[in-house]
Design a protein around this ligand. Structure first.
Ligand SMILES: Cc1cc2nc3c(=O)[nH]c(=O)nc-3n(C[C@H](O)[C@H](O)[C@H](O)COP(=O)(O)O)c2cc1C
Length: 202
């Protein structure tokens, strides 16, 4: 199991060009999205929303917003991860519903009080964004596990993405774009710092 999992992490790489005519099976795309859905999130608030594009014209429009990075237009599926904003306000219906689910019965009042203090003291956009990145990592690992390549795209113009998706910026913030498909070229060497430079046991 350990070596299988490490092979998956080694296989996953930032794919810079996909075979445009090789499409993901719908079941595989659903598997990847399910890995995102099952991801952990702060307070269990599922701060993400996944907007999926498979249509060629739509993918090219998103590519425009990504400074023409070709792994967007050639991908079989492009998933724009939106970070929730207004829904995370302590008084929103969404927040009340999800906190009620996470903290049922008598635990809810104290949890809401705690959350209200946290929300007031937090950079909500950055916090929401961070949760989306956890889901993104899980989706890319899940894809690699079934031999599907991916690239995370943080290089995009948020205002263009907001315009293309016609989203309300008070409601959602484009967090990260994920592209999925089959590689058109072999990846280069995996570049990572050695363990001893990254890990300190105290
Ligand atoms: C949050 C995030 C944003 C990224 N944005 C881009 C991007 O816009 N374009 C790109 O080609 N790669 C992007 N990458 C991929 C990284 O460049 C890549 O993961 C890193 O160089 C390590 O290489 P590897 O993934 O092949 O191991 C991004 C990765 C992350 C995690």
């Amino acid at each position: 199991m350990k070596s299988k999992l490490l092979d998956i992490f080694r296989r996953r790489h930032a794919c810079h060009l996909f075979q445009a005519d090789r499409l993901l099976a719908p079941d595989d795309l659903n598997f990847i999205l399910e890995a995102g859905r099952l991801s952990p999130s702060s307070f269990g608030l599922e701060q993400w929303k996944f907007v999926v594009f498979t249509d060629s014209a739509a993918k090219l429009a998103v590519q425009d917003a990504c400074f023409q990075q070709p792994q967007v237009g050639t991908a079989s599926a492009v998933v724009v991860i939106l970070a929730k904003l207004a829904e995370l306000h302590p008084d929103s219906d969404y927040l009340q519903r999800l906190m009620g689910r996470e903290y049922p019965g008598d635990a809810l009042d104290a949890a809401l009080k705690n959350y209200r203090n946290f929300h007031a003291a937090t950079d909500v956009k950055a916090w929401s964004d961070n949760q989306c990145h956890i889901a993104a990592a899980n989706m890319m690992t899940a894809a690699a596990a079934i031999d599907i390549d991916s690239c995370a795209i943080g290089g995009f113009d948020p205002s263009s993405v907001i315009r293309i998706l016609q989203i309300d910026p008070d409601y959602h913030h484009p967090s990260l774009i994920l592209t999925f498909g089959y590689r058109a070229q072999e990846p280069g060497e995996k570049l990572r710092l050695p363990m001893q430079e990254l890990v300190e046991f105290r």
